[in-house]
Ligand binder design. Structure first.
Ligand code: AMP
Ligand code: MG
Length: 524
């Protein structure tokens, strides 16, 4: 009966697998896959699936009721134990540049697309992450642990509620099985509880899909694939001819990527692994691995220990890496064009477009109608001088009265030491607040207008690294209430939630050096 309900609600149309060529091999063996975009593969059944958390909004988007979600059938289907009729499970083939080097074929090694459903305004692909090996799993097991699945689930929903393009998470399901992982890469593997997240997006296609086809010189398929993606994900482009279409498509990917970088910079999000296989063609945040949130404002910070030496993916470098990744995408698309010139122009435009959007964003963060270069530059020099919490800083700036001589003290709670220490830094704040006062005056901004506008772009609640870890610690003990409460709080990141003040607290001292809070690796 219940099975019937979910099946009736979800209508699978599967345009991706209908339109694009499949790998003819259907055995689930690891291999190189040529002349195909995907391989059909079934999720690996699990012992004792149980629902840990789900997203109301995503369920609603799919037309699933509370009853559907809490039915045993739901848990069976979204753990990979049951395939509904109409589903067409498959893993896709892509390559990518990892940390600047071409890595060849990667592919969905631990993701299985179940199928695509039609929605009121388009289509959504449902994807299980951690549902067992695929032809692209290389030497790994295709599984995911509870720890990394909680992080993926909570952060994708948190990003959505922050107003940032992202893949979504429908559900987080424990598998009742144990998975072996070496968390610290130090030769001490241990068993951890396994889990599966059902991710949802219009498309999980990455820059690396295009790169793989170009690298294999499968140009006809590259063209077919590009045409397909333009038609299904960028239908508004309506190009006059194919060449025009590829250029407009690339331009739009550049703009969406720039917009995404601006968002990440606004909220202090550091993705951690901006490899080209982790760059969404539709401009969403994708693949939540060793990501982190800036606590003290350190532009050089990266949460990813795998990248500790070169810090390629550090906070401040993300927009430039976005451009580098787009250059790799341009190289992949070039065989479709008579001349690469328009792609080069688009890459130059990316930098200009990013700069303009970043300036608008910084003006908004300060509650100003117009960007003021000197004011912003000076602020960005002050923030990293002593450990100052980025999130707290901008929330406090919204209520500071810069006309008062001791206004700088209003910012004390943002400092990890309780207040700025160096007299010189206090002087810098005094001078800056004086200048802020003047600029606000010149631009005719009243305090009330400023506060509400600033609070609408400067979140109070973000998924601080230690908050994710606290949710994980409880979940690993079988207590899922903290995961669910964290999700609830993060559904309203810009609101004051006096009853949840503890979720806004700066990183406690114990979290400074604890694995999972300050140090994360790609292994999950
Ligand atoms: P990521 O660092 O998560 O972007 O993963 C890079 C590549 O490794 C992708 O092709 C993943 O599918 C693959 N991968 C990561 N973890 C696993 C795993 N546990 N099993 C199989 N493949 C994996
Ligand atoms: Mg990835």
């Amino acid at each position: 009966m219940q099975m019937q309900m979910i099946e009736n609600t979800l209508t699978f149309t599967n345009p991706f697998t209908q339109a694009l060529p499949a790998d003819p091999e259907t055995e689930n063996t690891r291999r190189q896959v040529q002349n195909a975009l995907y391989s059909r593969v079934r999720p690996q059944p699990v012992a004792a699936p149980h629902l840990i958390a789900f997203s109301h909004e995503v369920a609603q988007q799919l037309g699933l009721s509370q009853e559907d979600i809490t039915s045993p059938t739901f848990t069976q289907v979204f753990s990979g134990n049951k395939i509904l009729s109409g589903m067409d499970p498959h893993a896709t083939c892509y390559g990518g540049h990892q940390f600047g080097n071409w890595a060849g074929q990667l592919g969905d090694g631990r993701a299985i697309n179940l199928g695509e459903v039609a929605t009121d305004d388009g289509h959504l692909m449902l994807q299980l992450k951690g549902a067992g090996p695929t032809p692209y799993s290389r030497s790994a097991d295709g599984l995911a642990v509870l720890r990394s699945s909680v992080r993926e689930f909570l952060c994708s929903e948190a990003m959505y509620h922050l107003g940032i393009p992202t893949t979504r998470a429908l559900s987080l399901i424990g598998t009742g099985e144990q998975v072996m992982r070496d968390v610290l890469y130090d030769g001490h593997p241990a068993l951890e509880p396994g889990a599966v997240v059902c991710r949802v997006s219009s498309s999980f296609v990455r820059f690396g899909h295009f790169q793989m086809l170009a690298a294999r010189n499968e140009i006809d398929l590259l063209r077919q694939f590009a045409d397909y993606i333009i038609k299904t994900e960028f239908p508004h482009l309506r190009p006059a001819n194919p060449q025009d279409g590829y250029v407009r498509f690339f331009n739009e990917v550049c703009e969406r990527t720039a917009d995404l970088m601006v968002h990440w910079m606004r909220v202090g999000f550091v993705h951690g692994v901006m490899n080209t296989d982790n760059m969404s063609i539709i401009g969403e945040t994708i693949d939540y691995g060793p990501y982190g949130w800036l606590e003290d404002f350190d532009p050089n910070w990266t949460p990813n220990t795998t990248d500790a030496q070169h810090r390629r993916y550090r906070y401040a470098q993300q927009p430039a890496i976005g451009q580098w990744n787009l250059l790799q995408l341009a190289n992949a698309l070039a065989p479709l064009l008579d001349s690469p010139k328009p792609l080069e122009t688009a890459l130059t435009d990316y930098a200009r477009y990013y700069e303009r959007r970043w300036q608008e964003m910084m003006a908004q963060k300060l509650g100003l109608p117009a960007y003021d270069a000197d004011l912003v530059t000076r602020l960005l020099n002050i923030l990293p001088r002593e450990e100052m919490d980025m999130t707290w800083c901008f929330r406090l700036l919204a209520t500071v009265n810069p006309a008062q001589p001791d206004a700088w003290q209003h910012l004390n709670p943002a400092y990890y030491q309780g207040a700025p220490r160096q007299p010189d830094l206090i002087k810098s704040w005094q001078a800056w607040l004086g200048q802020y006062h003047q600029v606000l005056d010149q631009q005719g901004v009243s305090p009330e207008q400023r506060r509400d506008k600033m609070n609408a772009v400067n979140p109070k609640y973000v998924l601080r690294n230690y908050l994710a870890q606290l949710a994980i610690d409880a979940a690993e003990q079988g207590d899922y209430s903290r995961v669910n409460q964290t999700l609830e709080v993060l559904r309203h990141p810009y609101d004051e939630q006096p009853e949840h003040e503890n979720y806004a607290a700066k990183r406690p001292e114990w979290a400074r050096t604890r694995a999972g809070c300050s140090m994360l690796s790609c292994s999950s």
